[in-house]
Ligand binder design. Structure first.
Ligand SMILES: [Zn+2]
Length: 60
C-alpha cells in the first residue's frame, strides 16, 4: 500500500488538537517556512492537518 499524499505531514487526531497546534505555532512567534493558517480534515488518513493554503484551494 502506497503512502497517502499526506504522509510527510503532521497528523492530528481531531479538530481540537489541530487548532491547538495551530494556535501554539502562532504564539511561538518565530517564522516558519510555511505559515499555516488553517486546519482541515484529511480524507486520506481521516486525521487533521494544518495548511497554509487558502480555503478555496483543493486539498490534496
Ligand atoms: Zn492525512
Amino acid at each position: 500500500m502506497a503512502d497517502p499524499p499526506c504522509a510527510p505531514k503532521i497528523r492530528y487526531r481531531d479538530r481540537i488538537a489541530a487548532l491547538i497546534a495551530l494556535e501554539s505555532t502562532r504564539r511561538r512567534g518565530h517564522r516558519r517556512p510555511k505559515n499555516e493558517v488553517r486546519a482541515y480534515r484529511c480524507r486520506h488518513c481521516a486525521g487533521w492537518h494544518l495548511t497554509s493554503q487558502p480555503k478555496r484551494t483543493k486539498e490534496n
